[in-house]
Write a protein that binds this ligand. Structure first.
Ligand SMILES: NC(=O)C1=CN([C@@H]2O[C@H](COP(=O)(O)OP(=O)(O)OC[C@H]3O[C@@H](n4cnc5c(N)ncnc54)[C@H](O)[C@@H]3O)[C@@H](O)[C@H]2O)C=CC1
Ligand SMILES: CC(=O)C(=O)O
Ligand SMILES: [Mg+2]
Length: 372
């Protein structure tokens, strides 16, 4: 199979979909790997590293899209990239379709088959291709939020760890999954006073165990949240209902309950965001203010640490990429129901229920697609 990897074109996105190590493995499996020139530069991988891996360097994204049977990327295809997708072509990348009707329409119109990293599952009910980037975004969230808390950035001027005699920052993390746990680890490490909210009691129990009293856990309901936010300097949104649009947990009128200059970090922004006032921002212009509250809503946070993120993502995607290339997408999905859960679009049909529900589009079950 010809596996193509274009350079990412989303603003300030420095990750790349295929590492030289993954290229080496794909070539060893008998595949041809096509990399756009400079695709890996932002992550510290130059063209020479791909050539040494046995890949071919092409000059433009158009050549990659025209030649490849499977496109492997990081971010959802941008409008220009969507125009280059064709019927029968396989796309393997993050999609986040539920909050993105335009992308969904274009993918359906292209006739391609699209497998979304963020809905591939594992045997334990986890999301193995989302998890590595959630680990990164979670670790970055308190770091970015603490920068936003500084006066020069519009924040209230509260220091995360406080100092002797002055209280530390109060940080609430809504959602105690992969992002939330990583965020808690860093926020606790910075000396903040941390509360994690979740709707899963087993998850709260786990966090209570592993943090051994260094944070507070709280069941997440509307009343608890409303009471809590008045005391918080920072609220990190880290909820997920896989594939679905994020539930909105803080309304605009509730911002008035918070102290001016407090910070909302909406990591769940790639699924539409969990605060009513969230809108996606970029690393170039990451924050904005609504009713005195600073919002940080960067939809590709891991792109900021592209080297670490590219290697972590490549480690997780490689076995799936090899299965898709070795067997073809249909056989690979028939053999692995967890990979089948990644199927979001096939030949003009939507195949992921939560996306269909969010966008009001009829869905065909992925099992029916592979059985056909
Ligand atoms: N902005 C960015 O750059 C990135 C964003 N993300 C996003 O971060 C979000 C979280 O991802 P993960 O931690 O990997 O998901 P996860 O599935 O590991 O954790 C989500 C948690 O949210 C909880 N939850 C669901 N509804 C809730 C509610 N109403 N209140 C409280 N908790 C609730 C679940 O019980 C679960 O524990 C996702 O939207 C993901 O796409 C992930 C990586 C990068
Ligand atoms: C998960 C995701 O959207 C990202 O890493 O950018
Ligand atoms: Mg994202």
């Amino acid at each position: 199979m010809k596996i193509g990897c274009p350079k990412e074109i989303k603003p300030q996105e420095f990750r790349v979909g295929i590492t030289p190590n993954a290229a080496t493995e794909a070539v060893a499996h008998g595949h041809e790997v096509l990399i756009e020139t400079g695709a890996g530069t932002g992550a510290g991988f130059d063209d020479a590293a791909y050539l040494a891996a046995g890949a071919t360097i092409l000059q433009t994204a158009a050549e990659i899209f025209a030649a490849a049977d499977m496109i492997v990327k990081v971010k959802e295809p941008q409008p220009g990239e969507r125009k280059m997708l064709r019927e029968g072509q396989l796309l393997f990348t993050y999609l986040h379709l539920a909050p993105d009707p335009e992308q969904t329409r274009d993918l359906l119109a292209s006739g391609c088959t699209a497998i979304a990293y963020e809905t591939v599952t594992d045997a334990r009910g986890g999301l193995p291709l989302l998890a590595p980037m959630s680990e990164v975004a979670g670790r970055l969230a308190p770091q970015s939020g603490s920068w936003a808390l500084q006066k020069a950035n519009g924040g209230s001027g509260v220091l995360m760890g406080g100092v002797p005699g002055v209280r530390p920052a109060n940080v609430a993390i809504i959602g105690g999954g992969v992002v939330g746990t990583a965020a808690a680890r860093v926020a606790v490490g910075m000396g903040a006073n941390v509360t994690v909210l979740d709707r899963s009691i087993p998850r709260l129990s786990y966090l209570d165990d592993v943090f051994m009293g260094r944070l507070t856990t709280q069941y997440s309901d509307a009343a608890a949240l409303e009471e809590l936010i008045a005391r918080m300097d920072m609220v990190i949104g880290a909820v997920l209902i896989p594939g679905a649009a994020a539930p909105q947990l803080i309304r605009r009128d509730q911002l008035a309950l918070m102290q001016p200059g407090s910070v909302l970090v909406d990591v769940a922004i790639d699924q539409g965001g969990c605060f009513e006032t969230s809108k996606a921002t970029t690393h170039a212009d990451p924050i904005y203010e609504v009713d005195g509250i600073i919002h940080y809503c960067v939809a590709n946070m891991p792109g900021a640490v592209a080297r670490t993120s590219t290697i972590a993502l490549g480690n997780a995607t490689m076995p799936f990429m090899l299965a898709l290339a070795d067997k073809g997408w249909k056989q690979a999905c028939l053999d692995d129901p967890n990979l089948l859960n990644g199927l979001n679009v096939h030949a003009g049909q939507l195949t992921y229920a939560a996306v269909g529900k969010a966008l009001g589009i009829d869905v065909v079950s992925p099992q029916a697609i592979v059985a056909a």
